[in-house]
Design a protein around this ligand. Structure first.
Ligand code: HPA
Ligand code: ZN
Length: 339
């Protein structure tokens, strides 16, 4: 175990790491919500930042999603998306994050009338500035909303056509139970044909069968969350044998009641089972902490060793979609730091 809270936070801050599960709309802080509402002349159903924070008490994923989609309604211009991204990158740069593969939900914005280009151009411009000024590299994953139908996802992939060379991949998020991966087999096949990487949320609230479907029907390169895979030993064996990365989000799991206590979080068990688990923040403005806070709280609650933390840092790069030479360079940096 790493001794002392300050030692632990300092060790974690200095450890080079990547974030592989971050919804940029989930980095919208209440203060920013008021700022964007003001500049876009929109009314909010909240009177104060405190009132917004008080509303962030969730008993499941859907509770959160309802307020998350409502919050995203203040994002109107490319500048809003640019500023949202830069605010996030400033925070994770301070947490020792070197690389981010971030999600965005274009349908959340096109369905309320924004042209497709607004979110993606604003985000790409924020990402370029973050790389230039903070030294944090990043790439973008377009998520389909699984509570909508596959035709809507196909239309979204078509709308993304002009930006395909600037997209890393596609993902699948929103309400999981009742919306299995099989519902999106066609659009994932189309994305694969276009050379995009494939990821999907599976096994956050949904059963192990959804994780099997993500692997076998969607042919994903990474599983987001994957907690409930642990209920199925054959699935655990498959994930370990394939070296499949799981993007695990402990504070999110706590806030959405996927786990009852951080001390009972399965992350340590995943590592002990030989799974390539990574540590991420999911929707940091809603779940009580950015990347560093997730690392520190989890390390404390699970009494993670320095070796565990180094493994998690390495997993965050080996599980990324960076080119092999850049992964090697980050791993060498971690080794140098740990020594
Ligand atoms: N799960 C599913 N959909 C989401 C999440 C999540 O944790 N965050 C934002 N959209
Ligand atoms: Zn997520």
């Amino acid at each position: 175990m790493v001794e002392g809270m300050t030692d632990l936070s300092d060790f974690i801050r200095g450890l080079p790491k990547a974030e592989l599960h971050l919804h940029i709309e989930g980095s919208l802080e209440p203060e920013q919500m008021f700022e964007f509402a003001r500049r876009n002349r929109l009314a909010l159903p909240f009177k104060s930042v405190e009132e917004v924070r008080a509303a962030y008490a969730f008993s499941n994923l859907q509770d959160f999603l309802d307020i998350y989609y409502q919050g995203a309604g203040v994002l109107m211009t490319e500048a809003d998306f640019h500023d949202l991204a830069m605010a996030y990158f400033r925070r994770v740069a301070a947490d020792g994050c070197r690389h981010v593969e971030l999600f965005f939900d274009p349908q959340t914005h096109t369905d309320r009338g924004l042209p497709f280009r607004v979110a993606i151009e604003g985000l790409l411009s924020g990402m370029a500035e973050a790389e230039r000024t903070l030294g944090v590299s990043s790439s973008l994953i377009l998520c389909f909303l699984r509570h909508l139908d596959e035709d809507a996802a196909l239309a979204t992939l078509k709308a993304a056509e002009p930006w395909l060379d600037r997209l890393l991949g596609v993902g699948l998020d929103s309400s999981e139970v009742g919306h299995p991966p099989s519902k999106f087999a066609k659009v994932f096949a189309a994305a694969r044909q276009r050379g995009l990487k494939l990821v999907a949320h599976a096994g956050e609230e949904g059963p192990p069968a959804y994780v099997w479907e993500a692997l076998d029907l969607l042919k994903v390169d990474r599983i987001d969350h994957g907690n409930r895979a642990l209920e199925d030993p054959a699935l655990v064996q498959r994930l370990a044998a394939e070296g499949m990365t799981l993007t695990v989000c402990p504070l999110s799991n706590l806030k959405l009641c996927v786990v009852d206590d951080l001390a009972n979080h399965p992350l340590k068990r995943m590592l002990d089972l030989g799974l390539r688990a990574t540590l991420n923040s999911d929707d940091p403005a809603y779940f009580g902490g950015y990347l560093g806070a997730n690392w520190t709280a989890t390390a404390q609650a699970l009494a993670l060793s320095r070796d565990d933390l180094v493994t998690l840092a390495k997993n965050s790069f080996t599980g990324s979609f960076l080119p092999a030479d850049r992964i090697e360079a980050h791993l060498a940096e971690i080794d140098a730091y740990a020594r």
